[in-house]
Design a protein around this ligand. Structure first.
Ligand code: URA
Length: 220
């Protein structure tokens, strides 16, 4: 089939795949066959977001990693385990969190026998974005937490600097409260135990601000 969009995909663009009057289940089912960019050729499967239909918090990462690609679930690998630990430390109940990614297929390059994470490009992010927008529209989270620069810049603009603006709540039409922090995998990449502990502490401090926000009365 001829290429139908700028992201090199072979299938129709995502808006054509989103069902009329979508629910999380019908959207997730539709995303399974997505070929809107060429990442579907590299990934094992679409990894869609997961969590309660009315989650108070949505956490948005970059893309599934190796473990997520194989399992078909977001944030189940090493970064997800670190995120789970940080949520416990911050006092956020995992049961109120919906986790998802800006890009729903694993982009990787071979290195020996390993599959090494590769950053999605702007066209791939743009092609996938309507899935995320639909998730946000359906879940209507009170707080959105963007994990890492790819997610933060995709939703808050290229000028957003996680290093300078992490932990702050910034105005955005996507949710009543929106904040960004580092990606948990950056903590795993810290050069030594001491810096890993320090980075984890800062990450938990950012999440504690989210916990404080959830403690405030607010319509849901
Ligand atoms: N990193 C992400 O950004 N998302 C995942 O689901 C796993 C690792």
């Amino acid at each position: 089939m001829a290429k139908r969009n700028d992201a090199g995909g072979d299938g129709p663009p995502v808006p054509d795949l989103i069902p009329d009057r979508p629910s999380l289940k019908t959207v997730r089912d539709a995303a399974r066959d997505c070929q809107a960019c060429d990442l579907y050729k590299r990934g094992t499967q679409t990894v869609f977001g997961e969590g309660p239909r009315r989650a108070e918090v949505m956490m948005v990462g970059e893309q599934p990693g190796d473990a997520e690609d194989l399992a078909g679930h977001p944030f189940v690998g090493p970064a997800g385990k670190l995120l789970d630990r940080a949520l416990v430390e911050a006092g956020i109940d995992r049961a109120v969190v919906y986790v998802t990614n800006v890009v729903k297929h694993f982009k990787w390059e071979p290195r020996g026998k390993r599959r090494i994470h590769a950053k999605p490009n702007g066209a791939e992010i743009a092609a996938c974005r309507p899935w995320l927008e639909t998730e946000i529209a359906l879940v209507k989270p009170r707080v959105v937490v963007l994990l890492g620069a790819t997610a933060a810049q995709a939703l808050l603009g290229r000028g957003f600097k996680v290093s300078q603006q992490r932990g702050m709540f910034v105005p955005s039409p996507i949710a009543p409260r929106v904040t960004a922090t580092v990606h948990p995998s950056s903590i795993l990449r810290a050069p030594d135990d001491e810096s890993r502990r320090a980075e984890m502490k800062r990450f938990v401090a950012d999440l504690k601000r989210v916990a404080a926000e959830l403690g405030k009365p607010g319509a849901k």
